[in-house]
Design a protein around this ligand. Structure first.
Ligand code: DSN
Length: 425
């Protein structure tokens, strides 16, 4: 019996546009053939991909369910309402908006909801792990607002809450942002709430990196503490590429208006539906076990790399990622990234706190466990992965010995991913 679903028809794409279908197949083979250690990536399920590849992509639906600027929205309204209810339930939130196209769009909307150009915003400095939208000079957040950066301490590489409080008192920010892209430790949301209350600031938590761990109950939730929590849906959460915002009811109208019409037009309803699917997956017992394993695997990976002579920033990790200082092994982040790539290990160079190197060189790498954990690997494989990374980063690319060693590492990577395939055939 044929399915009533009019969805992705790969055969049709292949015969019509072999150039693009080759890219799609090439990327699938890349995912299958190597180790994906980028902390902000994951491998979405076939169910999420099916929603993404659906005819919901066709629909214009400016506005919100029941209040659209276009006709024909009855079906997409259902998808958005289902997603909103799932998000509220999963995160214990009073309000949810599933329309942000990305994490940066979600953050722009939060700024739009609460701030005027020129307002002070206290947020983590980019070189210490903050995000572009937390005040980088080249971004709207640094051009239109007045960012006050806080740092991690030099001695323990943890957020300096005393400094956050001092800066808040000195600069009276309208908004304080907690959250980072390269901070391996838990964030003390209660401390941030206290500081925000002391100066009457809005507390925004950018939970893009770790919201999946919150969904899986592997780490504490920022939702009870924050006025607003923004995040992406494609990292540990394992949904489609996109953004989302949850907030207190008192901010619901301001947030909705700041997403549409202030910063976005038509929502991408295929993506909204795929977010709803991911939220259903994340509410399952299987996903909770996954989230716990992600944290255990990141810890095992950090320990394994430490045993290989590298230094985990802050001494380890409580989350899905570790930041590794490579200075003890005399390799830069850029070298490590290129060498690992040649051995089919994908990771990214990353600045470490107080890094003497320029960002494009960097002294460290950032590694994450979400993809490997989705493939079913556990702590014992992490010990092997750490050894493979260690061999790859020490092998000098472009030399006879180095290239031979990288080829041997690549062979072992192939053996490992054959046992733990991404998107099994
Ligand atoms: N680019 C993302 C990351 O890799 O952390 C943040 O937006």
């Amino acid at each position: 019996m044929s399915t009533p679903f009019w969805g992705p028809d790969f055969d049709a794409l292949q015969s019509f546009d072999p150039e693009i279908s080759d890219v799609i197949l090439g990327e699938l083979e890349r995912l299958r053939g190597g180790l994906q250690l980028i902390a902000s990536e994951n491998l979405t399920s076939p169910a999420v991909l099916a929603a993404l590849g659906s005819t919901l992509s066709n629909k214009y639906a400016e506005g919100y369910p029941g209040r659209r600027y276009y006709g024909g929205c009855a079906e997409v309204d259902k998808a958005e309402n289902i997603g909103i209810e799932r998000a509220k339930e999963l995160f214990g939130a009073e309000h949810a908006n599933l329309q942000p196209h990305s994490g940066a769009s979600a953050n722009l909307a939060v700024y739009g909801a609460f701030l005027q150009p020129g307002d002070n915003v206290l947020a983590m400095s980019l070189p210490h792990g903050g995000h572009l939208t937390h005040g980088a000079k080249v971004n709207f957040s640094g051009k239109w607002f007045n960012p006050i950066p806080y740092s991690v301490r030099e001695d323990n590489e943890l957020i300096d809450y005393d400094q956050v409080r001092d800066l808040a008192k000195q600069h009276q920010p309208k908004m304080i942002i907690a959250g980072a892209t390269a901070y391996p430790r838990l964030i003390d949301f209660a401390a941030f709430r206290e500081i925000a209350d002391e100066v009457g600031a809005i507390l925004m938590v950018d939970a893009a990196h770790f919201i999946g761990l919150v969904a899986g109950k592997a780490i504490p939730s920022p939702v009870p503490y924050a006025d607003v929590v923004s995040f992406t849906t494609h990292k540990v959460l394992r949904g489609p590429r996109g953004g989302m915002i949850v907030c207190r009811e008192e901010h619901a109208k301001a947030i909705d208006k700041a997403v549409f019409p202030f910063s976005q037009g038509g929502p991408q309803m295929h993506s909204v539906a795929a977010k709803a699917v991911a939220l259903k997956e994340a509410a399952s017992a299987d996903y909770q076990a996954y989230a716990q394993q992600v944290v255990a695997n990141a810890g095992a990976l950090a320990k394994g790399l430490e045993a290989e002579g590298m230094r985990p920033v802050s001494g380890g990790t409580d989350t899905h990622l570790a930041l590794i200082d490579l200075r003890p092994v005399g390799v830069t982040g850029a070298e490590a990234e290129a060498r690992s790539d040649a051995a089919k290990i994908t990771l990214n160079k990353n600045a470490i706190p107080y890094d003497p190197q320029k960002p494009m060189i960097a002294s460290g790498i950032r590694i994450g466990s979400p993809c490997l954990t989705t493939q079913g690997m556990t702590e014992s494989e992490m010990a092997d992965v750490a050894k493979l990374i260690s061999r790859a980063v020490r092998a000098e690319l472009g030399t006879t010995d180095g290239d031979a060693e990288l080829a041997k590492v690549a062979e072992q990577v192939t053996e490992l991913v054959t046992r733990f395939p991404a998107y099994p055939r």
